[in-house]
Design a protein around this ligand. Structure first.
Ligand code: AMP
Length: 478
């Protein structure tokens, strides 16, 4: 199926062609048609699925054709709300990219940037406004934006918007928008709160959902390695060199941690930048641009700052800290393996973090095996805080014997890799089996790591009974 089946205008088709897209992604196949028909939509789709084009293309079509949309002079006619500045910029750039051959204007409105420039852009007139809720409310209070012409509203990453406490701002904004409108809600997860919000703001919505929403993209190979907290920085440097990683997104739980990791990498001669909410807008932009251009081999980010980062070609995502919320794990690793490309996700697991790994396993319904990183042994000082920390696999760290990756030419640990059945990429060999539904390799449940003192043995039967469920049903206990 190609984009031609949607009946989009030639100008939009040209924009899609210029973006280099030939085939719509699954979310685009499912959402574009009802969106073009003017339906309200509730879409469950993770980042990296092509969800932005799924709502931007119908917006462009409606605004350019004027069908069902009555222009309000210079007033904005479509509003996209996003949780973060980065996502806000990305969506606006996407609108400009796909709408390159249309005479429509778009602008982004977000905090941390000058008010004056945004006011000027709004005065000049923008057909599409992409905004973060807080800054948009500022403009509403100053009467520098008029939302009475809005006919299409999109809530992007609605779950994150609620998580970040924007619900009241979102409600106030929606109250200022005409009720005669098309509304589309995109969210990575559909929680009870999202359902409540949806029932208040959507009319007879069409529900669309792609993939196994709790499962990461098939193209991402996931690895888990034991690491006492104090040894993680050395393990990071070791792994980067061992696998000759070129474009790496490292996640840190805290802003302070992100700075520390970045500084330490710089000292080792690995060009790196950090991105988090304590950094100024221009620092963040510089870091992101530098990373995109390859000036920095590593971008260290916190979860919130990383929302909306759209960089293609990230070869590795490294979870320096195990995320405390499983949704964040899915979001984080979704930064690699974008739109069908393959990628590696590596998670460093300290003993204290195993509880978070267990949460992730319950969430995705799979078991993961945590190994010692080949050729890496924590020094006694590094491991000091966790003297009794055993290898979960019970294996001793093997010799440093790396071989070149068959596809990428990168070196990769040799002795415990085998070819990934779908992607043809290498993946840890020794205790993986094929997942019954997806056909992907998953760890053997009977080869679990030994139970550590004071740690409750995971209930395998319970896990397995959930492992094939991708609908989310039956998960309420978790
Ligand atoms: P999104 O989920 O909207 O953040 O998109 C993820 C990535 O997929 C972005 O880099 C898009 O440029 C890219 N993308 C979106 N749609 C397509 C498509 N039909 N073909 C190829 N790449 C796409």
């Amino acid at each position: 199926m190609g984009f031609t089946t949607f009946g989009l205008s030639d100008h939009i088709m040209k924009g899609i062609g210029a973006a280099g897209y030939t085939v719509p992604t699954p979310i685009q196949i499912l959402a574009i048609e009802p969106a073009l028909a003017g339906r309200d939509i509730i879409a469950c789709a993770q980042t990296g699925t092509g969800k932005t084009a799924a709502f931007v293309l119908p917006i462009l079509h409606h605004l350019a054709s004027g069908a069902g949309v009555h222009a309000g002079g210079k007033l904005p006619r479509a509003l996209v709300l996003t949780p973060t500045r980065e996502l806000c910029q990305q969506v606006q750039l996407a609108a400009a990219k796909y709408g390159k051959f249309l005479a429509l204007r778009s602008t982004s409105i977000y905090g941390g940037a000058g008010m004056e420039q945004q006011i000027k852009a709004l005065r000049r007139g923008a057909d599409i406004v992409v905004a973060t809720p807080g800054r948009l409310l500022d403009h509403m209070q100053r009467k520098t934006v008029d939302l009475s012409g809005i006919r299409i509203l999109v809530l992007d990453e609605a779950d994150r918007m609620l998580d970040m406490g924007f619900i009241n701002d979102v409600r106030k904004i929606i109250a200022a928008i005409p009720s005669q409108r098309q509304t589309m809600l995109f969210s990575a997860t559909i929680s009870a709160d999202i359902k409540t919000l949806a029932s208040n703001i959507l009319r007879d919505p069409q529900t669309v959902q792609v993939g196994e929403r709790r499962n990461p993209a098939e193209t991402i190979v996931q690895h888990f390695y034991n690491a006492p907290q104090g040894a993680k920085i050395d393990l990071l440097v070791h792994a980067m060199e061992a696998e000759q990683m070129q474009s790496v997104l490292v996640f840190s739980r805290t802003k302070h941690g992100a700075d520390k990791i970045s500084r330490r990498l710089e000292r080792t001669g690995i060009a790196s930048a950090a991105i988090h909410s304590n950094r100024t807008q221009s620092q963040r932009e510089k870091a992101l641009e530098g990373f995109k251009e390859g000036k920095f081999r590593v971008l260290v980010a916190t979860d919130i700052a990383a929302r909306g980062i759209d960089v293609s070609g990230i070869s590795h995502v490294i979870n320096y800290d195990v995320p405390q919320y499983p949704e964040d794990y899915i979001h984080r690793i979704g930064r690699t393996g974008r739109a069908g490309a393959s990628g590696d996700a590596i998670t460093f697991v300290s003993r204290e973090e195993q509880q978070y790994l267990t949460r992730i396993e319950k969430f995705v319904g799979k078991r993961y095996t945590v190994n010692a990183y080949p050729g890496f042994t924590a020094s006694p000082q590094q491991a000091q805080a966790h003297v009794s920390f055993p290898s979960r696999s019970g294996r001793t760290a093997p010799q440093h014997d790396n071989t070149r990756h068959p596809q990428s030419g990168r070196t990769a640990p040799q002795h415990e890799n085998k070819r990934h059945p779908q992607s043809g990429r290498t993946a840890p060999k020794h205790d993986n089996t094929r997942h019954p539904q997806s056909g992907r390799t998953v760890p053997h449940t009977d080869k679990r790591y030994p139970v550590q003192p004071g740690r409750k043995k995971p209930d395998h039967k319970k896990m397995e009974s959930y492992s094939s469920d991708s609908s989310g049903a039956g998960w309420s206990n978790y």
